[in-house]
Design a protein around this ligand. Structure first.
Ligand SMILES: NC(=O)c1ccc[n+]([C@@H]2O[C@H](COP(=O)([O-])OP(=O)(O)OC[C@H]3O[C@@H](n4cnc5c(N)ncnc54)[C@H](OP(=O)(O)O)[C@@H]3O)[C@@H](O)[C@H]2O)c1
Length: 245
């Protein structure tokens, strides 16, 4: 990856892993456009980090996806990092649960958003040098946990999509690489107040950027590497380890 020739578009760059990714990409010399969902988070990020082209973008909204792609037209984006995501803790045995944040919305953010944004960006990226689409899924794409069933299904679905898309692009001889990133538990707003043994967003982002630079198709961050080994030897054991996390 020639970082000086890279224009990265990072979704969900205002906080957590995305924000750390933005910092590392800038440090490497890439030009960066990054998004957040709310005006306030984008305004704050712009103050903290003025060299980034910050945009407000809700990836669950088809109109905003189309608008973002229009804005990126001719801007030479060759690294698209689908990082934005939400995790809802849900219990389907509770009547009327999560009416405020339905399955459709969680899935639109975590799955439909990155899939459809990829579809719209592909024609713009296909003639760029060193083009790469990165999907941030999760270790939970390998084995789900009980407390966030829709999130786990979204991430497993995105993992499957990334594999098919990689194969389609190769078959069509479009020179766009696909990378999947599987983080473990990372210390961000998403995991605030729960879980143990978290790694920092900076540690996760450092491994992700190193993996992208090395051209890896899959980046198993931290403990996800061990989970991968276990899930290959015994899928049942991996599921037993993860289900009550
Ligand atoms: N944290 C973990 O342990 C962990 C583990 C495995 C995988 N991951 C994955 O890593 C990615 C980043 O997670 P994180 O923990 O860094 O999250 P985070 O700290 O909660 O930050 C989420 C980011 O996504 C943006 N966002 C939220 N809803 C959005 C929407 N509807 N449209 C567009 N952007 C939206 C947020 O923007 P605002 O600031 O404007 O709200 C923010 O920039 C996610 O895909 C997550 O599933 C995280």
């Amino acid at each position: 990856m020639n970082w000086n020739q890279t224009h990265a578009l990072v979704t969900g760059g205002t906080r957590g892993i995305g924000r750390a990714l933005v910092d590392f990409l800038l440090e490497k010399g890439a030009a960066v456009t990054a998004t957040g969902r709310t005006d306030s988070s984008v305004d704050k990020a712009r103050l903290d980090c003025p060299s980034v082209n910050w945009l407000v973008f809700d990836q669950s909204d088809p109109n905003q996806r189309a608008e973002l792609v229009t804005r990126m037209q001719g801007k030479g984006v060759n690294l698209l990092i689908h990082n934005a995501g939400v995790q809802q803790l849900r219990d389907f045995t509770q009547e009327g649960e999560k009416l405020d944040f339905p399955t459709q919305l969680e899935t639109a953010i975590n799955f439909i958003g990155p899939v459809e944004l990829s579809r719209l960006m592909l024609p713009h990226m296909r003639h760029q040098a060193d083009a790469r689409i990165v999907f941030v899924t999760s270790g939970l794409a390998l084995a789900p946990k009980r407390s966030s069933p829709v999130y786990c299904a979204n991430k497993a679905g995105l993992r499957s999509f990334a594999k098919s898309l990689r194969a389609q692009l190769r078959h069509a001889q479009w020179h766009i690489e696909v990378t999947e990133v599987l983080p473990p538990l990372v210390d961000t707003d998403m995991t605030r107040g729960r879980g143990r043994g978290k790694i920092s967003a900076q540690a996760a982002a450092r491994q992700i950027v190193r993996g992208i630079a090395a051209g890896k198709p899959e980046i198993y961050v931290g403990a996800s590497a061990l989970l991968r080994v276990i899930s290959r030897i015994s899928p049942a054991l991996a599921e037993a380890i993860m289900i009550d996390r």
